[in-house]
Structures are given as C-alpha cells and as structure tokens.
Design a protein around this ligand. Structure first.
Ligand SMILES: Nc1ncnc2c1ncn2[C@@H]1O[C@H](COP(=O)(O)OP(=O)(O)OP(=O)(O)O)[C@@H](O)[C@H]1O
Length: 332
C-alpha cells in the first residue's frame, strides 16, 4: 500500500465530514474518491495531503506515519480545480519551479522540463504565459508542475471540474494514458461517476462522511454493495421492487418476445405489461419511457436503435417488459 488512512474522523462543529473512514490505496493505482457534493471527498484528500488536520485517525504514506507531518514533507504533488499558475512565468518556468527551489542542477532541470512538457503535450508552448493557454492546457501544465519533483503520490481535486464536457472527456483519457506511462500513485476527487468509471482502476464511493464501497469500476457497477452505490454509479429503474439498470430491461410486443433471449440466469420477476410514454433517440441508444400498467410506476428502458426499429414503438403502445439481470443489492 502506498497510502493507508485508518479511522479518520473530522468534524466541523456537530457535523461529521469524515466519520471513521479507513481506506488503503495500492501503490501505482489510480483511485477515484467519488461521491455527491458534501460527502467528504475533498476533506479526505486534504487530510492525505496534510492541508487539514484530522481530529483522530492516522495517515500512512509508504509505511511512514505522516499524520503530524506538514504537506511539504509528505512527498506529494497536488492539483486543484482552479490551478493558481504563476502569471509572470512562462510555461517552462512554471514547470521548472519546484525543481529550482530544490536547487537541482540546471542541466537536470532543463532535461526534466523538456521531458514533462513532451509527456503532457505542451512541448510547443514553452515560452507562452499561462494567460495564453486554454483551460485544458493550463491543467496539463499544472499536472506537469506537480509531477516535476517525482512525487510518491499525486492528489487531484476535481482537476478538470471547471472545463467543458468535451475537454473534460479528452483530458481524463489523457490522464489515464499519462498514468499508464508514469505509474505514480494517484488519488482523484470527482463527483462525476462517468469520470470515475472512465479513468480510475479503483473507486471509493463516499456518502455522508463514510465509505460505502471500494472496488474496481466493474465491481461497483455490476456488484454494488447497496442501493446508494447502485444509483450513484448509473441510472436505475425500479421494477416490481427491484433496482435494475435501464439497459438490462428487455421489451417485446408479446410476452414471449420479452422472454426471447432469456439466458440461464435466474429471472426473478417475470414479464409484465407497460405503456410507452415517450421514445427518445439518444444517438446510438434509445430511451423508452414507460408506465407499469399494474402499478402506475414510471421507469425507463435503454435499448439499441436496432431493437427500437424492430419494435417500432409509439406513444400509447402496450409492451411486455422483463428484467434480464437483477443485481443482488443489499437492502432492495
Ligand atoms: N472549513 C469548513 N468549515 C465547516 N464545514 C466544512 C468545512 N470544510 C468542509 N466542510 C463541510 O464538510 C462537508 C464535506 O466537505 P467536502 O468538501 O469534503 O465535500 P466534498 O465531497 O468534497 O464536496 P464537493 O464535491 O461539493 O466539493 C461539507 O458538508 C462541507 O460543508
């Protein structure tokens, strides 16, 4: 383990921002702290960084208890959502900053900075000033600066939060590739489940100052520990009391068509009737909004364009519905 947090508690007045949190972060992993606003993600990250002191509990980095060490002595790189670059310094000087204050030899600084600017795709931007960069380029410069001093741990607090959706998506793919190249143990705070699923190899889901589940993206998506994790990691539909993923719902014009393709997995709730409320085309997929004919509950199914075309659904049509997969979620 590179990082171990044990029984961390942090209160603000009566409010428990961290409530007995324990988390191990393996060496070389890219772990996302995922949770809704106010769940304690940043508080946990700041405790690992040493920017906030815990009320109780310990933080260990590489076997050393760093709970009482200042951030400067923890060997970490840190990137925030709004990165404060030195405005009067060029990109090159910004990235070199940490190495210069550590008084590294000039030739080493030059080599290292060249290498990093190459890695983050800013080789052609060396003499620009931060104001002459796009938001995405500025965050990549921030990452290069944090990585320049070869930290043991890289901590990222919503590093792409202020950028638009397309740039965010490009940057998180880029971050994943960067991580595959440099393997520095990385902890990323995000409230965006898509970002966590896309970029992380491990996800810790936080809720109200506690960890609900830790696991790989597949573990969490396919085997959620509880309803909170299941609904936070993707959209859900409630069918006869069970939470299911909208793309695990099969529709048919007749009851046997809804059953067609049923595999050997146990199908606990059978086929039931529903009415089509709306059909929404979302590019590759089609969302079918439905009402359960017996209970009046609304839910939606996500099907392929091919299936939608074959079914030729219109508003008001009756269809037969079946869940193809019902995850075993505790408490549902
Ligand atoms: N300095 C502080 N004083 C009082 N309350 C605080 C302080 N810092 C954080 N909190 C509270 O602690 C809780 C956890 O905050 P934290 O920033 O860790 O949440 P978060 O999960 O990172 O949320 P977000 O995604 O909104 O940043 C919040 O309810 C917040 O209001």
């Amino acid at each position: 383990m590179t990082i171990s947090v044990a029984h961390a508690n942090k209160r603000y007045g009566d409010f428990a921002a961290l409530d007995d949190v324990s988390l191990d972060i393996p060496k070389g992993s890219l772990t996302a702290l995922l949770g809704p606003s106010g769940s304690g993600k940043s508080t946990l990250l700041r405790a690992i960084a040493g920017l906030d002191e815990l009320d109780s509990g310990t933080v260990t980095i590489n076997g050393q208890d760093v709970t009482r060490l200042s951030p400067q002595r923890r060997d970490i790189g840190f990137v925030f959502q709004h990165y404060a670059a030195f405005k009067h310094m060029t990109v090159r000087e910004n990235v070199a900053f940490g190495l210069k204050i550590r008084k590294r030899p000039k030739a080493e600084v030059a080599r290292k900075v060249d290498e990093l600017l190459e890695v983050v795709g800013l080789a052609g931007f060396q003499t620009r000033y931060p104001a002459q960069l796009s938001g995405g380029q500025r965050q990549r410069m921030a990452l290069a600066r944090a990585l320049a001093v070869d930290p043991e741990v890289l901590l990222l607090d919503e590093p792409f939060g202020a950028l638009d959706a397309k740039v965010r998506e490009d940057l998180r793919r880029w971050l994943r590739r960067l991580h595959d190249e440099v393997h520095v143990t990385t902890v990323l705070v995000t409230h965006d489940q898509q970002e966590a699923l896309d970029v992380a190899d491990r996800i810790a889901v936080l809720n109200k100052g506690q960890i609900e589940q830790v696991g790989s993206p597949d573990d969490l998506y396919d085997r959620p520990a509880n309803e909170f994790v299941m609904s936070f990691l993707g959209s859900v539909a409630r069918l006869n009391g069970n939470l299911v993923r909208p793309h695990d719902i099969r529709l048919g014009r007749t009851p046997d068509l809804a059953l067609a393709g049923a595999d050997s997995e146990s199908v606990e709730n059978g086929v039931f009737k529903a009415t089509v409320v709306r059909v929404v085309h979302l590019g590759f997929e089609v969302r079918v909004e439905l009402t359960n004919a017996a209970t009046g509950d609304d839910f939606h199914a996500q099907i392929t364009r091919g299936d939608a075309a074959a079914l030729a659904l219109s508003e008001g049509d009756d269809v037969f519905v079946r869940a193809t997969r019902i995850p075993a979620v505790a408490g549902s």
